[in-house]
Write a protein that binds this ligand. Sequence first.
Ligand SMILES: Cc1ncc(COP(=O)(O)O)c(C=O)c1O
Length: 485
Amino acid sequence: MHTTVTGGTRTGVEGLRREIVGIDTLVPLLDGTERPYVFLDNAASTPALRAVMRAIEEFLPWYSGVHRGTGFKSVLATGVFDAAHDAVGRFVGADLARNTVVFAKNTTECVNRLSNRFCFRKGDVVITTMMEHHSNDLPWRKNARVIHIGITADGHPDLAAMKAAIAREKGNLRLVAVSGASNITGLCSPVHDIAAWAHAAGAKIFVDAAQLAPHRAIDMLPDDDPRHIDFLALSAHKMYAPFGTGALIGAKEFFNAGDPDLVGGGVVDIVTLDRAVWNRPPHKEEAGSPNVIGGVALAAAVRVLGAVGMDAVAAHEQELLAYGYARLKKIRKIILYGPTDHLEEKVGVMAFNIEGMHHSLVAAILGTEGGIGVRDGCFCAHPYVKELLHVGAEDDRVFTAEVLAGNKSNMPGMVRASLGCYNTREDIDALAAMLERVVGGAYRGTYEQDPATGAFHARGYDVDFSRYCSLAGQPVPGRIHSEAS
Ligand SMILES: Cc1ncc(COP(=O)(O)O)c(C=O)c1O
């Protein structure tokens, strides 16, 4: 049994639930009762670990700006912040003698930064897949010629097509950018095989680990291994540390070359009126005063996850996922997307629809009448979702025209329930029980759709949020400017 000490509490994976901030928070239901929130939207963002909160509390009295201060607190804070970088690097198996860990805001910023740092030349190619989140697609489109590898009938990237495209584009191909795990189907990519194909073609590989890092052990492997991952990005807010940090890991040699993406304070060794000499990475890539608290938080989270053991986390989530699919498959009218067996190749994401019902209506009922937090829509992966839903070109044209005209009522989409390391069978049971009610028409609300957002709202469910959190609905002091001024 893997155990970890989190501020005096010894816990294995089964103890992580107790370690979640807000796990017992009551939320209001349409019938006037309250229930503890069932959090099944972890793929979007996870709640925080208590150990993360404790680390921040312990650190705050010592908080100070880092790197340039000479006072005791600044020197101490610098050591803690630098060590946070190393903790994240070790968590993903990076060789820190040759690689650096750059902190940014989130995965999206990391990918944009990396794309800008590649300094693509005309004709340079990036290969990615139809499975990607927009954050691992649009930043490449901005700077390079992007080839999207299609998906197979069950939602996997077409690996044979990818291998062939990598070989065909040899010479122009600079990078293969793939997600470690999909935010829609949870499908994991064989990143080390793809790395070997990319390297054989003289290209690099980037792994978007936003959905992989919270759920699976990652090993970037030694830099001279053909299966080595060159670049990897992750988001702390998906790893129980929602304090505004993402990490980009890659070779020091790469970041040593060229100019940083953002320039300003902190990135230089020396500046004259006509010259700037860049600092070494990661400082070179972290312009301005960094988010020290965010870094400390992420390091605290990876220390807990590392001590519990990512294999134990993965095993727990696999068991839950199998249970979840077993429950959902028994509910009539449920349509499940992506493979529902061979679960070892998936992280805990279940995307579904109920036949004949709008995805946003289902999500609204789950939230309003079940206290269950899920998400619906196209999840920032529009091409992939439309492909899985078999949206034809003509339908796509119609939806797009409607959206452009301000009407999102008919946008295609799915409902997504996504698991974290602290979820339990009881959470799945709550979801399944509510879905059975929905399918049986046994929900009580009358729901109205807002065409501007596509979201449904139950008539009469007008909650005073400030009753639950004093910050909600607080007046903002200051002068209100009239539109005319
Ligand atoms: C697979 C994947 N990549 C990238 C991102 C972007 O992450 P962030 O919003 O933290 O930048 C997400 C977010 O959901 C994601 O699921």
